[in-house]
Design a protein around this ligand. Structure first.
Ligand code: 4AD
Ligand code: MG
Length: 463
């Protein structure tokens, strides 16, 4: 019995009778022949069906328009055309669903990214988004295999949480209260009373990071990682921020900042190499049509990353102040323009900046002995800016508690986080890697809205 095979396999077959299914990408009528290109999503290349105009199947041809879904049975043969190695000669065609010629929004011409965002439900049927989504899948698989090979356990941390891990006030609120309920913001007591009525009897939100829970799990399993959706209500309408994105967060016991930098570098390089190995065809689409220097850039990522302290970074940047909109000095946070300058122009390769001033970093980072800096690190990538943010964690309960108090972070709320330092605390470290920014790095796509199927950004929730 003949079995349906994916087009990626059909393209490797010759002189065999097979069945394929897919969506029509183009139809060309010549005098005595009709060419129909079909794609089923299994790869970038279409399979070309060749029909002679005398074939009885031509009765169907009026119904076969761009977007039509069909099944085709026939023989694959070597093609006489130059464009493709093989083609299929159908003996039968069954149409599953027709596609209205006049209104189908995807035509053979190139559409702008802005237009395609308005038809996010159809753009997976274009070459570019098909390729992006296949690379996204391969990269996710590579992340899992990297951590699996390194002996990390994949853990799942909650999506609904009561604590803002980064303390940046960017949590989306989760509530069952009616929108008409009065919002009481003016005093802590009134606020508490108000939230008592709510589902969890307290203020709840969508997670901004699984790190704190991952740390608790790490204390039992040694090495863990999360890979899940993350939400931030930061109202920055940039090409690198989404309100919903995916983050990879490893956390490991008995590790230092040095181990953390080393793990981050190897993780990125592993994913680059596996995508180059598994997705050469899709990557070549991006290097031809989206970002010309992509292949060279990906090769550079496989070389050792530069490592500089924050202090050194400030020295380099302060010599170039005139280039920047925001001025730098010890104590200022690095802006995307600074991060990109260091990676893209100064070193022309990834740069790991470590030992940031404690006042610009989160409460949980390990305080260095200088009293000024914390054992933090960011990995900066040319074209992207910050891809990874991580640190060694403060494992000393008293120091952590003091730091929280001085920042006004509730030690009652996070009693359990302090508690894990009470019983068998260990030096440990971890980082967060933004998966969409990783995809921008891998594909050359310049807007985060185009590396996620249904992007969530300020003021837009159309799908
Ligand atoms: O530097 P961030 O805020 O670090 C944390 O959340 C830590 N708790 C991670 C940890 O140590 N476990 O975020 C980590 C990474 C950033 O470097 C960036 O790549 C990505 O997450 N990221 C975003 N990606 C897309 N849209 C946003 N709004 C993002 N915010 C952060
Ligand atoms: Mg960060």
């Amino acid at each position: 019995m003949k079995r349906r095979i994916p087009i990626v396999k059909a393209l490797q077959t010759i002189d065999k009778d097979i069945i394929i299914c897919g969506w029509v990408r183009t139809v060309r009528h010549l005098k005595e022949i009709i060419f129909i290109e079909v794609n089923d999503g299994s790869c970038l290349t279409n399979l070309q069906l060749v029909l002679s105009s005398s074939s009885p199947l031509c009765e169907l041809v009026n119904d076969i328009t761009v977007g039509t879904s069909l099944q085709c049975e026939g023989r694959v043969k070597q093609s006489e055309g130059k464009e493709q190695a093989i083609e299929m000669h159908p003996s039968s065609i069954t149409i599953f669903g027709t596609s209205d010629r006049e209104s189908f929004p995807l035509q053979k011409k190139r559409h702008s990214d802005e237009y395609l965002r308005t038809i996010a439900h159809l753009r997976p049927r274009t070459n570019k988004y098909g390729a992006m989504l296949r690379i996204r899948s391969q990269a996710a698989f590579a992340i899992h295999s990297f951590f699996h090979n390194e002996g990390f356990f994949y853990v799942h941390t909650p999506i609904i949480t009561g604590s803002d891990c980064e303390g940046a006030g960017e949590m989306f609120r989760v509530t069952t209260l009616q929108p008409t309920s009065p919002l009481v913001e003016d005093s802590a007591e009134k606020r508490e009373l108000y939230f008592k009525e709510d589902f969890f009897c307290k203020e709840a939100g969508l997670t901004v990071s699984g790190q704190l829970e991952a740390e608790a799990l790490m204390m039992g399993l040694g090495k863990v990682y999360t890979f899940g959706p993350t939400f931030r209500a930061e109202n920055s309408n940039t090409a690198r921020h989404a309100a919903e994105f995916w983050m990879v967060e490893p956390e490991f016991a008995f590790g230092t900042l040095e181990d953390c930098m080393e793990l981050g570098e190897r993780c990125i390089q592993y994913v680059v190499q596996s995508v180059l190995d598994t997705s050469a065809e899709d990557i070549s689409l991006f290097s031809q049509f989206v970002h010309k220097g992509l292949l060279e850039e990906l090769q550079v990522l496989l070389e050792p990353f530069v490592r500089i302290s924050y202090r050194e970074a400030i020295e380099i940047l302060s010599k170039e102040q005139q280039r920047f909109q925001y001025q730098v000095a010890f104590g200022t946070d690095l802006q995307t323009e600074h991060e990109r300058f260091l990676a893209e122009e100064y070193y022309k390769k990834p740069v790991i900046v470590y030992n940031y001033p404690k006042d610009i970093k989160a409460f949980y980072m390990k305080q260095n002995e200088d009293g000024e800096t914390v054992a933090a690190m960011d990995i900066l990538i040319p074209r992207i800016g910050e891809l990874v943010g991580g640190s060694q964690r403060e494992e000393n309960r008293e120091k952590l508690e003091q730091r929280m108090k001085s920042l006004g972070i509730s030690t009652e709320e996070l009693w359990w986080y302090l508690d894990i330092r009470r019983y068998g605390t260990v030096p440990h470290a971890g980082f967060g890697l933004g998966f969409e920014r990783l995809l921008m790095m891998l594909t050359g796509i310049s807007n985060i809205r185009d590396v996620i199927a249904f992007p969530r950004v300020p003021g837009s929730l159309d799908f």
